[in-house]
Design a protein around this ligand. Structure first.
Ligand code: ATP
Ligand code: MG
Length: 591
């Protein structure tokens, strides 16, 4: 569970300040909203004066014309209120949409650029909540709460001034309600801000369970864990509703007092004001107007009260959004980074040790080797021995802890990331396809590739015939995670996707693990040919010795160390571990 932020922490309010600064990009819309809000207040403030005029000058003097005039003026004021109300909410809404749009793009772009190590540790659901619900909280704050508070303050001040001008003694009695409600409000927020924050965090936790469940729903069903998952969700849902009820109870406990206060003030105004009217010091019209203002002045206090929790929530949300936006990108271009242009094929690992961020042990321990141009290198080793980790260091998915990785003598950290990665074709161990057609998936990194090119790579990856057998051919839609395809089919589409890019270094991480041995060796044969033609160096990680037999050199990994290297024949003679792996595989195939 996420930890509670310190209520005294100024960061949320600072983040809210940064959100407000973003309004600068929408200053005309904001100004329109502000102006409408001021005019709206004025239209509200003038109405009781029209009442007073109609009663004192019209009804009391029996002047029908003034009664009519005042009635017409009141209708006009009502129409103006409607217009300004529309203007205020329309422009405030438009400005808030603009800021939300900018923030969404900003955080999304940041997520695109954050390094592997960030995504290793970040919870996907937390990131999702930030892009969606946190930004929505901020938007609602800008379009609603902020306007409410501004217009409430303007109303409060202007009506206080009007009341003081009308009758200062009565005004002072009336205005005592302001500090009293203010005190109730502060006490309310002070006691409940932690609860408001808790609601949001519990909502995040609930979403995390939901998201994990949706991703793993097949596992849930296979292990018949539906009811356990229900319990897990319901427990969190129960906690959420309990916290929500707490906030409702807190609101219910505070706001009736404010209404009571306002009614007590009415007693005073009617009593004291009534006596003043009888004594001839105050007109009936003035008393009616005064009483109307009384309602107007309590409204903004309540509005600020209702807006306060939303402001606290928006501040927390703003902090959560800026937390991601401000995250330092660990792996980025060095100041004098140069583009990676041609590859001579000499890749050097120089005493490379590597520890994953947050890990306690080293995944790679002083690895050293050098490839020759056009060499096909196979990396072999038990599961968890560090094969994928070695390959992660070449395109700088992670940077070495000590030592260096060089291409043609140049440290990879001196190249621009974009040029480096676009020259490395990598097929990941875990296949990810996107929703869309097979054609779109294969052309993911090269959208304008011709159909011949696409068919060419699909043939190399031994998937063309399968695709042609589908009713939609290359235009067949695959689900969001490639559902509808077998594991091996997905792997082969992923190989085709990589082969279509302008790689000069090729890395295949266990890419034929889900493909049958015969197809795998067909792919391997096609690739061997391609690799020698098109690449300057190729790495193949594989579990099967049969797949790596043809390699120019085999690197044998064991527990993060490079324990042997050489051709298949050399290793058979020299490495007991290689012999053991070979023996176990031969046994498997024979049994
Ligand atoms: N993102 C990560 N964060 C922390 N530790 C990791 C991470 N990825 C891998 N490791 C650890 O590093 C070690 C090497 O993992 P690696 O993925 O390189 O193994 P591998 O040889 O590719 O295994 P396999 O054949 O199962 O794919 C393992 O002990 C693993 O626990
Ligand atoms: Mg691996």
């Amino acid at each position: 569970m996420t930890s509670l932020t310190d209520p005294q922490d100024p960061a949320p309010m600072q983040s809210l300040g940064r959100v407000l600064k973003r309004l600068n990009a929408y200053r005309w819309l904001s100004l329109g909203a502000l102006l409408s809000s001021l005019l709206l207040t004025a239209a509200y403030a003038v109405t009781p004066q029209l009442f007073r005029w109609g009663i004192d000058q019209g009804i009391a003097q029996q002047d029908l014309q003034i009664v009519l005039y005042s009635a017409v003026a009141m209708v006009a004021a009502a129409i103006a209120r409607g217009l300004f109300n529309f203007g205020q909410s329309f422009w405030a809404e438009a400005a808030s949409q603009g800021v939300a749009y900018d923030l969404r793009n900003k955080i999304f772009s940041k997520i695109q650029h954050l390094s592997f190590s960030y995504h290793d540790q970040a919870q996907t659901s937390q990131l999702l909540t930030r892009v969606t619900s946190d930004i929505e909280q901020i938007r609602t704050f800008l379009s609603t709460s902020l306007m409410q508070v501004i217009s409430a303050i303007v109303t409060l001040v202007s009506i206080a001034v009007i009341l003081l001008m009308m009758n200062w003694q009565l005004a002072l009695i009336t205005l005592t309600v302001v500090p009293m409600s203010g005190w109730l409000m502060v006490r309310f927020l002070d006691r409940n801000s932690v609860v408001f924050r808790l609601v949001q965090e519990q909502l995040g936790d609930l979403n995390a369970v939901l998201q994990e469940n949706l991703l793993g729903i097949r596992v849930v069903k296979a292990f018949v864990r539906e009811s356990a998952e229900m319990t897990r969700y319901t427990t969190l849902n129960d906690a959420l509703i309990k916290t929500n009820m707490k906030t409702i109870r807190a609101i219910r406990n505070t706001f009736p007092f404010m209404f009571l206060l306002s009614n007590l003030v009415t007693v005073v105004v009617v009593g004291y004001g009534g006596a003043a009217v009888i004594g001839g010091r105050f007109s009936i019209g003035e008393l009616v107007a005064f009483n109307s203002y009384l309602l107007l002045i309590l409204q903004p206090i309540l509005l600020i009260g209702f807006a306060a929790p939303a402001i606290a929530q928006a501040a927390t949300s703003a902090e959560r959004v800026y937390e991601v936006v401000d995250t330092e990108i660990e792996i980025s271009d060095r100041p004098n980074a140069i583009p990676f242009e041609t590859c001579g094929g000499r890749i050097t690992f120089e005493n490379v040790s590597f520890r994953y961020p947050g890990a306690t042990t080293e995944a790679l321990k002083t690895i050293s080797f050098e490839t020759k141009p056009r060499e096909l290198i196979a990396v072999l080793g038990m599961t968890g021995s560090g094969k994928s980790t070695i390959m992660n260091l070449v395109p700088r998915f992670y940077d070495v802890t000590t030592g260096a990785v060089r291409i043609d003598g140049r440290d990879v950290r001196n190249f621009t990331l974009k040029s480096l990665r676009s020259h490395i074709g990598i097929v990941f161990q875990e296949t990810t396809l996107f929703s869309g057609t097979i054609h779109e998936n294969i052309t993911y990194a090269k959208p304008n590739a011709s159909l011949e090119e696409v068919i060419d790579v699909a043939k190399t990856a031994q998937i063309h015939d399968f695709i042609m057998g589908l009713s939609g051919g290359y235009d067949t839609i695959v689900g969001e995670r490639g559902v509808g395809l077998s594991g091996g089919q997905k792997q082969r589409i992923a190989i085709a996707r990589t082969l279509l890019t302008d790689y000069s270094i090729l890395i295949l991480d266990d890419s034929t693990s889900a493909v049958d041995a015969r197809t795998a060796s067909q792919i391997q044969d096609a690739l061997d040919d391609l690799m020698r033609r098109k690449t300057c160096t190729a790495f193949v990680i594989a579990q099967r010795i049969s797949t790596v037999k043809n390699a120019d050199r085999i690197l044998l990994m064991d527990k993060g160390r490079l324990v042997a290297q050489g051709t298949h024949e050399e290793l058979m003679q020299q490495s007991p571990l290689y012999g053991a792996i070979l023996e176990s595989q031969v046994k498997q195939t024979n049994s």
